[in-house]
Structures are given as C-alpha cells and as structure tokens.
Design a protein around this ligand. Structure first.
Ligand SMILES: Nc1ncnc2c1ncn2[C@@H]1O[C@H](COP(=O)(O)OP(=O)(O)OP(=O)(O)O)[C@@H](O)[C@H]1O
Length: 257
C-alpha cells in the first residue's frame, strides 16, 4: 500500500466564529476517484479550496504526495507555516475545475488552455499548442479552438475548463460541483467527459457533487460530509443502497426523492 496522495490530519478550518472543518481526517489514494457529497454548508468546497491553497487552515496538517501543503520543515525538522514559494510548488500538483468555469473571457479557447503551460511551466508555444489540441480532442471540442468563451454553451465552456486544468498535467484533479451552473440539458456532456477521464486515465479525482447518480457511477469511494466531518464513507454500492448512519439515510432520501 503506497502513502495517500492527499491526507487531512485533524484539520480545522474556521471562518470567524464558524468552525467549518472540525478536526477532519480524510485520505485519498493515488489513482482513486472519490466523491464528496453532503448538505449545503457542510464544508465540501472548503476541502477543495484548501487543497488549491485558496483558503488557509487553522489547525492540523494537510499533506499532498507526502509533503505538507500549508507547512514546511524548519531547520530543526518541526513544521512552520509555508512560504509563498512552497505553496506555489505544491499547488502545481493539483488542478481544479470550478463551478463557474472561470475561463479568461478575452482569450480564445486555445489561448485559455496554453496560457498557464507557457507562463508557469515554461512550455514552448508549439508544445503548449500541441498539448491543447490533444486535450480539445479529448473533450470533444477540436473544432472550437479559435472561439471565445462567450461564443460557447455552458457545457462547452466547462469542457474547456477541464482541458485547461489537464494542460498543467496535475497529479490530482479537483471538481467543485462542475455541473451545477449548467442548464439540465448540458449536464450530460460534461459528465460524459469526466466519466471518460475517470475510466481511461490514471488520474486521482476528487469530486464535490450534487449529482448522486454520477457519484455512484464514477467513484471508487463516496464520502458523506456533515458538519465538517466525514459522517460515513464507503463504496458507492454500499453507501447509496444501505448506509449505516441514519443521517446519511435522511440526506439521500431528501436528495433522491
Ligand atoms: N470566505 C468565507 N467566509 C465566511 N464564511 C465562509 C467562507 N467560505 C465558506 N464559508 C462558510 O463555510 C461553510 C462551508 O462552506 P462550503 O462552501 O465549504 O460548503 P459546501 O458543503 O461546499 O456547501 P454547498 O453545497 O452549498 O456548496 C458555509 O457555512 C459557508 O457559508
């Protein structure tokens, strides 16, 4: 058994008086596809935002690929708060697909995908373009490279968002409710792309979703979050059909009915 690629060890996150993560312990193994489900406000997105270094933590340790994310080892081996350089290095291992796509509106689809690989990874324009074209093929948008985001449907924009995240070759791909801003008829095309990625690529995927059927289809493991902790986790076929906890049962009943 190799070490987990993501580990939350007693992580505490507070916003003022509100404790959002309450000594959270959570692990994801390499290559694993994990979905996080749970009621609104239970801290699901906060977990992803902490991993992307968009939110700091108030206690505990987060480890990514064996290295502390929000800390560095000081001269005596103890953990000290991470420097900006350390955060930048660690962040490069993770890619995130946002609810609201977050594409650059003034750049073409192609440029949206090549921008970070050239600027951050130092790829040549040619290599970045080749990589982008390959990824556009993967998400079914090879013919849309020269369009601007506003010329695309929401589903197409989100597929560009996925290609853009993949262009950085992350070890872990995070999805924050990737279909919740989409019209219902556009949800399927985005889920198909994510499903294909999950099936055909040896990528670690951590997905926050309200799409229970999809979570069930693609996940190796589903975690039910409640009040900043994992209330229950397990294989989708167990958690969705025969949960152990009454709270999980209530939640599933409410969202599935
Ligand atoms: N920047 C912030 N400042 C203050 N409170 C915040 C901030 N970000 C999140 N919160 C609060 O933290 C709690 C957890 O938020 P989070 O977005 O992680 O929940 P969630 O489980 O993803 O919910 P949803 O399913 O509605 O997206 C919520 O009560 C939210 O209002």
């Amino acid at each position: 058994m190799t070490d987990p690629i993501i580990k939350f060890d007693n992580v505490v996150k507070r916003f003022g008086e509100l404790t959002v993560l309450d000594k959270l312990n959570f692990e994801v193994n390499r290559g694993e596809k994990v979905s996080i489900i749970g009621p609104s406000g239970s801290g699901k997105s906060t977990v992803l935002r902490i991993l992307m270094t968009l939110e700091s933590i108030n206690g505990g340790v987060v480890t990514v690929a064996g290295e502390p994310l929000w800390h560095e080892r000081g001269p005596d081996g103890s953990l000290v708060p991470a420097s900006e350089a350390h955060l930048r290095k660690m962040r490069a291992q993770l890619g995130m697909v946002f609810q609201q796509f977050n594409l650059f509106p003034h750049m073409t689809v192609l440029r949206n995908i090549t921008e970070a690989p050239t600027k951050v990874l130092g790829l040549s324009k040619k290599d970045a373009k080749d990589r982008a074209e390959e990824l556009l093929e993967l998400v079914g948008l090879a013919d849309q490279a020269q369009k601007y985001p506003h010329q695309l449907s929401g589903g197409q924009q989100q597929r560009v968002g996925i290609a853009r995240a993949l262009a950085m070759r992350p070890n872990v791909l995070l999805f924050d409710e990737p279909t919740s801003a989409l019209d219902p008829e556009l949800v399927g095309e985005v889920l198909n792309v994510i499903g294909k990625l999950a099936e055909e690529h040896d990528l670690t995927i951590l997905l926050v979703t309200h799409e229970m059927r999809f979570a069930r289809e693609i996940s190796d493991r589903v975690c039910f979050f409640d009040q900043g902790r994992i209330r229950e986790e397990g294989a989708p076929e167990d958690l969705f059909t025969d949960p152990n906890e009454e709270r999980t049962r209530e939640f599933l009943k409410a969202v599935l009915s």
